[in-house]
Design a protein around this ligand. Structure first.
Ligand code: ASP
Ligand code: MG
Length: 300
């Protein structure tokens, strides 16, 4: 089994989402797959601004920003090529998500970090709806799964950690039956919920961590983190000419790189997979034939 996570740039517009759906379809012909999706690029930042605007009582700016976010998702939906009834259903699902969020934001007296987590989780709810729609268009049996039902977290809102034993129970209850039926689960990245059911995010870039948490809970063989780069480099290849591609590295090295601020993966992401020796691959969505970088315990 493989857990495949797609980052924000990988689902950055409708065409890219169709491309992602094709990758998922190809992989699912060979193996069981669980898909984890980040918010479309720029969306989490924008939801953070929306949250701040409401918190600072700038409701009209908040509404404008929400309108722009809605437009962005409808534009992506337009590119998926749906017609008539099916198009209208997905559009109204998108609209319902915005309606729900607006109701939530409008009836608050104060805006806490718990509310922040609730608000920013919408980026992943929206992108997942689009990926799910694109995948069903390719005649794949697929289902949306809200990670709040799977990942049980600590109460550290804004930067929560997974409680792995509790999460494992939830994942077996919700995801295993889908996999047995041959359904491809599309899971929202970035957040889970506390024991008492409040949405808690896993920190910025947390979808990598979501993917490895699920890999732990499902005893997956591999996690593939699909990004917009070929893999891990010794320096930022966009800035340094001499940056060297690193084909494989140990969990420890990867964790060190992540902690030192290399934007390759979430610093907590290695933790759930080390004990089970689950391999992490970093691959390029736009160059899927390229092997990518391998993170595992084999190389010291
Ligand atoms: N969308 C979230 C963020 O931008 C999570 C992620 O991208 O992994 O931080
Ligand atoms: Mg993101």
């Amino acid at each position: 089994m493989k857990i495949m996570k797609f980052g924000g740039t990988s689902v950055g517009d409708g065409k890219k989402i169709l491309h992602v759906a094709k990758i998922v379809k190809d992989y699912s012909e060979e193996d069981r797959v669980v898909v984890v999706v980040s918010a479309m690029s720029g969306v989490t930042d924008k939801f953070i601004s929306v949250f701040k605007m409401f918190k600072e009582r700038q409701h009209s700016s908040g509404l404008i920003a929400l309108g722009e976010l809605y437009e962005k998702h409808v534009l992506a939906l337009n590119e998926l090529g749906f017609k008539n009834g099916r198009y209208l259903t997905i559009q109204s699902n998108l609209r319902n998500l915005f309606g729900e969020l607006l109701t939530y934001l409008s009836f608050k007296d104060e805006y806490t970090v718990k509310d922040y987590d609730h608000v920013v989780s919408y980026g992943e709810r929206l992108s997942c709806l689009l990926v799910y729609s694109a995948l069903s268009k390719l005649d794949q049996d697929t289902e949306l799964v809200d990670s709040a039902k799977l990942i049980v977290t600590t109460n550290d809102f804004g930067n929560a950690k997974a409680l792995l034993a509790e999460t494992e129970k939830q994942v077996s209850r919700v995801v295993l039956p889908l996999l047995i039926k041959g359904v491809i689960p599309i899971v929202t990245g970035f957040y889970g919920a506390t024991k008492d059911g409040r949405i808690a995010t896993l920190g910025r870039g947390g979808s990598d961590y979501s993917a490895t948490i699920l890999a732990y809970a499902l005893d997956a063989q591999e996690v593939i983190l699909w990004k917009e780069v070929d893999g891990i480099y010794s320096a930022d290849p966009k800035r340094e000419n001499g940056a060297k591609f690193i084909p494989e590295l140990s969990y420890r090295m990867a964790a060190e790189l992540a902690r030192n601020g290399a934007k390759i993966l979430h610093p907590e992401a290695m933790e759930p997979v080390i004990s089970k020796k689950i391999v992490i691959w970093i691959k390029n969505t736009f160059q899927p034939e390229f092997i990518g970088s391998k993170i595992w315990e084999g190389r010291k």
